[in-house]
Write a protein that binds this ligand. Structure first.
Ligand SMILES: Cc1ncc(C[n+]2csc(CCOP(=O)(O)OP(=O)(O)O)c2C)c(N)n1
Ligand SMILES: [Mg+2]
Length: 600
């Protein structure tokens, strides 16, 4: 078949990169059967950076499947490709795929895979190698494309990987990987395709595994006696606390969590690492972990680092409260990474997903305690500075970003996809599970732009009217900035606000702390940290990729106008970046000083 150039068709901002049809032919290649399996699973997208190791499958995706279901999302870096898939799954709870080139592409992708692993988020990572048959290798290049055990690069932070040796086993591997990724605790998986397997001609498409008979298992309910034991503790608690950790985006599960807290009058603590799991403006929601030490019963709903949180509250004293743990997490602890965190004392252990455990717990609690305790009036809560603060301030502080965005958005729904370390609790209320999506999981910066694009893509595809907003640190933005090109290319509306303190500032604080401990000059903290001289023009970086770029905004009085322009651009379908030069400093004390305290 003659090689034809692809036609680029832009249709309603959604359908691009449509290939010219191939001449009908009976000839088939192994990669066609592999691509057909991806179609069978109805995988919507493959974020990728190309490479010759998977040129066979690349051809099949374009010329056999017509670049639809799955559709390619070209990324400028493999780390963005996986981060994009991570962000997508954060919204949908279901994986999309990311394809990375042999060895080197996977090496680029490793941090993003680690992030997805620690965030217990499903991503189907696909890769390639070989040919494993050395007699078939092209000189040099196919030797450096081949590793004896490529999956070893990421095996310690994936749930499963495989390198299938036949088409039948490749199809089964994709299906198995899909199932494992989708089963709680969710996580990334890796399937690696031999180049020869992809490029060998095949006679026919053998019958494929029946996807309908391989549905991901339904989340198991915790055992009845354990539910009753935990419910007895909760129902008789005088001062219960719920630590609402990892949770789904399901609004029904959200309501059940609220009902359980109200049924026992529990104070509820949420975690910025996890997405929104409880309404932050609910009278029972408490900012910070202070009430833990007074609790007589603590219910952890898959709280990240329960042992560490208890240790912070109790110090070296024994944990006085009874502890109920609801988590499946130990199923993925493997001993390589310590992301299993400390070992907490537990009095009732419900080995279940919180979404599956809360309804039976609620039912059992209601039987034991039909009348919920009265709810006390909410105390004063911190809120963003008043609008007038923007007229009075001489420099922009991070909380002013919330003030300006509030002023422009009013009550219009938004999804805060990411928030930086400098974002204080109370600056934004979360009233729905899609109001906030949590952090990167593995602490790997540079993930912010890619994850934001993936989440914004998912929000677009589910038809959400929410404004997709990511507030990113400048360091995070700069490491992953080229992910934004993929958003522009694919008409994915997104607002990125860079809280630009022109520094890897978190680490300036570390240097300051160390210097103070050692009696050395803390004023040197910026050396090797500040991103200045030259200052980087972030708005130009954004514009160079086709985004709307606004800023640098340095005057607090100009912040609302900048946000207004940005929100209008995103509502018109654009990717917009606002470079907000913020004061370098985000100690809790400094932030608290400019926050207003509003009654309830
Ligand atoms: C890949 C990676 N490299 C380095 C770090 C260490 N680190 C943690 S926070 C941080 C600074 C982040 O800078 P920025 O995004 O600008 O946020 P800021 O602290 O300035 O608010 C760094 C370098 C990391 N977490 N991940
Ligand atoms: Mg910074």
């Amino acid at each position: 078949m003659a090689v034809q150039s692809a036609e680029r068709i832009a249709v309603a901002g959604n359908e691009i990169d449509r290939p010219v049809p191939s001449t009908p032919s009976n000839r088939l290649w192994g990669s066609d059967a592999i691509a057909a399996m991806l179609r069978e699973l109805d995988i919507p997208y493959i974020a990728l950076n190309p490479g010759a190791s998977y040129r066979g499958i690349h051809d099949s995706l374009v010329n056999y499947l017509g670049n639809t279901r799955p559709r390619m999302l070209l990324c400028l870096h493999e780390e963005s490709a996986v981060a994009l898939a991570h962000g997508y799954a954060k919204v949908t709870g279901r994986p999309m795929a990311a394809f990375v080139h042999s060895n080197v592409g996977l090496m680029h992708a490793t941090m993003a895979i680690f992030n997805a692993w620690c965030d217990r988020t499903p991503v189907l990572v696909l890769g390639a190698t070989g040919p494993m048959d050395s007699t078939r290798r092209r000189p040099w290049i196919e030797w450096i494309h081949t590793a004896r055990d490529q999956g070893a690069l990421i095996r310690n932070f994936t749930k499963w990987d495989d390198q299938p040796a036949s088409i039948g086993s490749a199809q089964e591997a994709i299906l198995r990987a899909w199932l494992i990724a989708n089963t709680a605790p969710q996580g990334p998986v890796y399937v690696n395709f031999d180049l020869a397997l992809q490029e060998d001609e095949i006679n026919e498409l053998a019958p494929m595994p029946m996807v309908a008979r391989h549905a991901p298992p339904v989340a198991p309910e915790p055992a009845g006696p354990l539910v009753r034991q935990a419910a007895a503790l909760l129902a008789s608690a005088r001062c219960p606390v719920i630590l609402a950790g990892r949770g789904s985006r399901d609004p029904a599960a959200w309501q059940q969590r609220i009902a359980l807290a109200e049924a026992i009058g529990a104070q509820v603590v949420t975690d910025r690492k996890s997405g929104a799991t409880f309404p932050t403006d609910h009278p029972l929601h408490i900012g910070g972990t202070a009430p833990i030490v007074d609790a007589d019963v603590i219910l952890s709903l898959d709280w990240v680092d329960l042992a560490g949180t208890l240790r912070t509250a109790y110090g070296s004293r024994p944990v006085a409260a009874k502890v109920v743990q609801v988590s499946l997490d130990q199923y993925v602890h493997n001993g390589w990474s310590m992301d299993h965190q400390g070992l907490p004392p537990i009095d009732a252990y419900l080995l279940a997903e919180p979404d599956a455990a809360v309804p039976p717990l609620l039912a059992a609690v209601k039987e034991l305690r039909p009348n919920p305790p009265p709810m006390s009036e909410p105390g004063p809560r911190p809120g963003p500075p008043l609008l007038s603060a923007l007229d009075e301030a001489s420099v922009i502080q991070v909380p002013h970003i919330a003030t300006a965005l509030h002023a422009v958005l009013g009550d219009a729904p938004a999804t805060m996809i990411r928030l930086p370390l400098s974002w204080a609790d109370g600056l934004w209320e979360f009233r729905h599970p899609l109001d906030y999506l949590g952090t990167d999981g593995g602490g790997g910066i540079g993930s912010g732009p890619g994850m934001s694009v993936g989440a914004a893509l998912a929000l677009r595809d589910i038809g959400s009217s929410r404004l997709p907003v990511a507030v990113l640190g400048d360091g995070d933005f700069l490491m992953g900035v080229t992910a934004l090109w993929t958003a522009v290319r694919n008409s994915i509306p997104l607002l990125v606000i860079v809280a630009n303190n022109r520094s890897f500032f978190n680490d300036e604080l570390h240097q300051e702390r160390v210097a103070l401990q050692r009696g050395r000059p803390p004023e040197n903290r910026w050396i090797g940290q500040a991103i200045r001289d030259p200052d980087i023009d972030l708005a130009t970086m954004a514009r160079s990729q086709g985004c709307t770029g606004i800023g640098p905004v340095e005057d607090p009085k100009e912040l609302v106008a900048a946000m207004r322009e940005a929100v209008a651009a995103v509502r018109a379908g654009k990717v917009c970046v606002v470079d907000v030069r913020v004061a370098p400093g985000y100690s809790a004390g400094a932030t608290a000083a400019i926050m207003q305290r509003s009654p309830g």
